[in-house]
Design a protein around this ligand. Sequence first.
Ligand code: ATP
Ligand code: MG
Length: 330
Amino acid sequence: MTEKIKPARVQSAGKVSPKMNSRLNEISKLTKKELKARSRKFSKKYCVGDGDKFSLDKYRTDPDIDLGPEDKPQMKQTLQVGVEALAEMQNILYAHDRWSLLLIFQAMDAAGKDGAIKHVMSGVNPQGCQVTAFKAPNAEELDHDFLWRCQKQLPERGRIGIFNRSYYEEVLVVRVHEQILKAQKLPEKLVTEDIWQERFKDIRNFEKYLYRNGTKVIKFFLNVSKKEQKKRFIERIDNPEKNWKFSAADAKERTFWKDYMKAYEEMIRKTSTKESPWYVVPADNKSFARIVIASAVINALDELHLEYPKVGKEKIAELQAIKQILMDEK
Ligand code: ATP
Ligand code: MG
C-alpha cells in the first residue's frame, strides 16, 4: 500500500516539466521565512514523528510527484537553494553555540547515503561539520558497550555531526545475523529474547538524554526499493569507475531483504519520537531524496530558534571606538 497515487506520466523525454519548472521559479523567489515554512511543510510528509503506529508499507520508495530525467537540472537548482539556506543556518548554529545537530543515515546498500551526505552538506563550512562512517566494530570497540564508539563522535555544541550508519546497526545487521550478536562478547545471561526491546529502550533514552543536553538528533532511512537496488548494483558492475563500490557481500545481504525490512520497521516504530524523529525518505530518485533531506535539516535547525548572539551596549561602544581608531589611521 502506498500513500498517494502517482499520476500517469505525460511528459515526453527531453522536455522540461512545466510543473517542476514553475515550482523552481517559485522556490528561488521565496524569502528565507517562506523557504523555511515550505521546508517544514514538504519534509513533514516523510517525518514519522511518534513511531507508535508506524508501518513501512505506507511509505513510498519513489517520489509522489511525476519526475523524469528532464527534471534533473531543475531539481539540482532546487537543492542548491536549500543548500545555501542551510549554510547560513549552520553559521548561526555555530555562532549561537548552544545546540548541536546530529544527522543519522541508515539504509540498505546503494540507497545513496554517501551521495546524499556529499550533496546536502556541500555548502556547509567544513569547520562546523563532522562526518563519521561506522563499519563493523573492531576488537577495541567490541570491548565496550554498543554506544561507546558513537558517543566519542558526537558533535560539539554549534556543530553538525553526521553518522553514516550508527548504533542503529545494533538492531539491524546484528538482529538479521544471529552470529554477529554471538560474537559480541556479552555476558551470556544478558543475551535473552528481550535484547532488541532493551536496545530500543536504551537508544530512546540515549537520544532523550542528548536532547536534554542540547543535541538534537534526526534520523534518515533512505527507503530504496529492491528493484532499484538491483539496477544500481548492475550499474556498479558494468561501469569500471563504479566497480570499487561493489562487493559480493552486498549482493549476499540483499538476499536478507525481507528480514531487514522487518527490522527497519520495528526499529522506526520503537525509536521514532517527536524530539528525535525518523524520516523515511523515498530513495529511488536520488535528486528527490536529497531535496527531502535538505528540507528536513532546514526544518530541524529552524525549530531550534537559533540567532546570532546579541552584543551588549558596552561591546557596541567598544567596537565603535575601535572603528574610529582604524578610520583615523594614516
Ligand atoms: P558503501 O555505500 O560504500 O557500501 P557502507 O556504509 O555500506 O557504504 P561498507 O564498508 O560497505 O560501508 O559496510 C559497512 C558494514 O559494516 C555494513 O555491512 C554494516 O552493516 C556493518 N556494520 C556497521 N555497524 C555494525 C555493527 N555494529 N555490527 C556489525 N556490523 C556493522
Ligand atoms: Mg556497503
